[in-house]
Write a protein that binds this ligand. Structure first.
Ligand SMILES: [Zn+2]
Length: 224
């Protein structure tokens, strides 16, 4: 959650540059929002590359999506962001990206649940997949938003991922962990063995999650 507008706008523009630089969005893909303490939301505009976006392009809307500030048209995915903020009053930032790892996994329409690394177990746990619905639709917003209560991210089937956090930075970091996890997973497949954390190791991860108030369901580990 943001106290002042300058911080919120700067966080969105910085996150956009990192998403684009890392290849987690192409062309005009993706969208980012930041919620202010007064409940209004800064949002990326439609039709702009996140790599060349500037603060004056951003649009501020109220919690129903009515434009309060800004000259451009708000992102077509604003309904999804508003639905997520409505579900979880503590969230201050949301990132939607089309990263090649998350999008490839999302094409399978199933959750990610493997404790392949400390990061994956600690920050992702189990990531559900919202069934396919066309971008910008109410159906997409309604199916994806409820997952923010128990998870740190959701896949949109055949589309990409959405991550959230207390601010834009935490939401961005979760997108980065998600993509990094799939890079590691792809390398494990090349090496030929997918070896998961043990149950005892996962018990320790659960303790750390409790300490830092990270809420996501426990990932699947190996039994011995
Ligand atoms: Zn998208």
């Amino acid at each position: 959650m943001y106290k002042n507008h300058a911080d919120a706008k700067r966080a969105i523009v910085e996150a956009g540059k990192r998403l684009y630089k890392n290849g987690y969005v192409a062309a005009n893909d993706g969208n980012i929002t930041a919620r202010m303490e007064d409940g209004t939301i800064w949002c990326t505009p439609t039709g702009v590359s996140k790599g060349s976006m500037t603060e004056d392009m951003l649009v501020r809307v109220d919690e129903d999506g009515k434009v309060l500030e800004g000259k451009r048209q708000v992102s077509s995915e604003i309904m999804l962001h508003l639905a997520i903020y409505r579900e979880s009053p503590k969230l201050g930032g949301i990132v939607h990206a089309h990263g090649p790892g998350a999008t490839a996994w999302a094409s399978q329409g199933k959750p990610w649940d493997k404790a392949i690394s400390l990061d994956a177990a600690l920050h992702l746990g189990i990531v559900p997949c919202a069934p396919f619905a066309i971008t910008g639709s109410r159906a997409l917003a309604e199916s994806a938003a409820p997952f923010c209560r128990q998870h740190t991210a959701v896949f949109l089937e055949h589309h990409g991922s959405v991550t959230w956090g207390q601010d834009v930075k935490q939401a961005l970091f979760r997108t980065e962990v998600l993509e990094h996890t799939f890079k590691v997973y792809a390398n494990m497949k090349i090496f030929g063995e997918i070896r998961l954390l043990s149950q005892r190791e996962l018990d320790e991860v659960e303790e750390v999650k409790k300490k830092y108030n990270i809420r996501c369901p426990r990932a699947i580990g190996r039994d011995r």
